[in-house]
Design a protein around this ligand. Structure first.
Ligand SMILES: Cc1cc2nc3c(=O)[nH]c(=O)nc-3n(C[C@H](O)[C@H](O)[C@H](O)COP(=O)(O)OP(=O)(O)OC[C@H]3O[C@@H](n4cnc5c(N)ncnc54)[C@H](O)[C@@H]3O)c2cc1C
Length: 365
């Protein structure tokens, strides 16, 4: 069997998580190779909207995830300039808008929850909402303004990471891991001291020699729209309980995202497109004027408790960096930092709960 010369680290998967982990590891002087089944960002990272929005993502019962997301949001403020390039990083904040009375009830409860956690979030009356965002429907029932919410263009982040000169092997998936490194589907072996599994929703199964982790695909459909250069649809990130709309600032508008338990299916459906357009139209009626430029579906790597899986497991040369669910863009810098620490014998940031076998019942296949 042909063998490649040894590396310190092999990273499996070149999505945002794998690329950022490889970059941080290389910065610490480790020799790193990425192995990607298809091409970089072939998975969820190439489809994601790019919200860095911990406050409007906060959900009842997910306080640990919220703390992690807040830390990750803070990391982004240094990560973005260090990465360089035009990431379309926008910082205008988010408006989580009620389209009707039911929404308003639910959002009032959510707002109280946010305040109880000390989050910065202000309740705006319908007219205050429309003052900030004149394109909102007159039927808007008020909403929550979260001033520090941001977004980036995930593909611009991928491009910036690819420009770091990382060694990447594409088009040949990792079929197995063993104490010496990984074996590719072609039969080629790559030797490495340590292995980082960053294969998104494909991390949970299909690679021989790994414990079966409970990572599953959660389908999300998302639409690409275009507006005239001189007519922004909305200044802020606009969210409702059923959709989000973000304007990249250069004419591109993103409308997402469905949440569907459909296994590994990535078909764009009429139902998905219809529901997203309907949800956006409720609050931003001018959305119907925009050009429709495309629709995609991607697979979020979800875990049973919605927290990412970061840390070491058996076999002892394996580090997991997966399960980032709806927050993988947001969690990219803090995950890469945690993995670089683990690779060099350090401590992970306090907000990251390192993986332990007790969290889920796992055993090596
Ligand atoms: C519609 C949608 C909207 C989203 N919006 C946001 C958002 O606004 N903000 C946010 O923070 N997050 C968002 N997310 C979530 C985010 O996209 C993911 O959490 C994140 O991209 C996961 O990154 P990853 O690198 O772990 O996985 P992926 O990007 O899926 O990458 C995994 C890579 O591993 C490769 N691979 C798989 N198996 C193997 C193998 N055996 N060998 C080698 N390579 C392999 C795949 O080809 C793929 O390239 C969204 C997701 C979707 C679907």
């Amino acid at each position: 069997m042909p063998e490649r010369s040894g590396h310190d680290v092999v990273v499996v998967g070149a999505g945002l998580i794998g690329l950022a982990c490889a970059w941080r590891a290389a910065q610490r002087g480790l020799s790193v190779i990425l192995v990607e089944a298809k091409e970089p960002a072939a998975g969820a990272s190439g489809v994601a909207a790019g919200m860095l929005a911990p406050v409007t993502e906060a959900e009842f019962g997910e306080e640990e995830l919220l703390r992690l997301n807040l830390e990750a949001h803070a990391r982004w403020q240094e990560f973005a300039p260090e990465l360089g390039g035009d990431l379309h990083h926008r910082r205008e904040g988010a408006l989580l808008v009620a389209a009707d009375r039911d929404d308003a009830e639910a959002l009032h409860r959510l707002h109280s929850f946010q305040l109880s956690l000390g989050l910065e979030a202000e309740w705006l009356t319908p007219s205050e909402c429309r003052r900030r965002e004149p394109g909102l429907s007159p039927r808007c029932g008020g909403g929550i303004f979260a001033p520090h919410e941001q977004h980036v263009d995930p593909m611009a982040v991928v491009a910036a990471l690819l420009a770091k000169g990382l060694e990447i092997r594409t088009g040949d998936p990792v079929a197995a891991v063993d104490p010496h490194g990984v074996r590719l589907r072609s039969g080629e072996a790559i030797t490495a001291e340590q292995i980082v599994i960053a294969a998104g929703c494909w991390s949970g199964s299909g690679i021989e020699g790994l414990p079966g982790m409970p990572v599953r695909p959660l389908k999300g459909q998302i639409l690409a729209l275009r507006r005239p250069p001189d007519r922004p649809l909305a200044e802020h990130l606009i969210r409702t309980p059923r959709c989000y709309v973000l304007d990249r600032g250069d004419g591109r508008v993103v409308l997402g995202g469905t949440m569907e338990e459909r296994g590994f299916d990535t078909q764009v459906t009429v139902d998905g497109v219809y529901r997203l357009l309907e949800a956006a139209y409720e609050v931003l009626p001018d959305v119907t004027e925009l050009e429709f430029t495309g629709a995609r579906a991607g697979l979020r790597p979800a875990t049973p408790d919605n927290l990412p899986l970061i840390g070491r497991s058996e076999p002892g040369n394996v580090i997991w960096a997966t399960g980032h669910y709806r927050n993988g863009v947001l969690l990219t810098p803090i995950t890469a930092e945690a993995v670089a620490e683990l690779l060099t014998g350090g401590e992970v940031p306090a907000a990251v709960r390192p993986f332990s076998p007790e969290r889920f019942a796992v055993g090596v296949r």
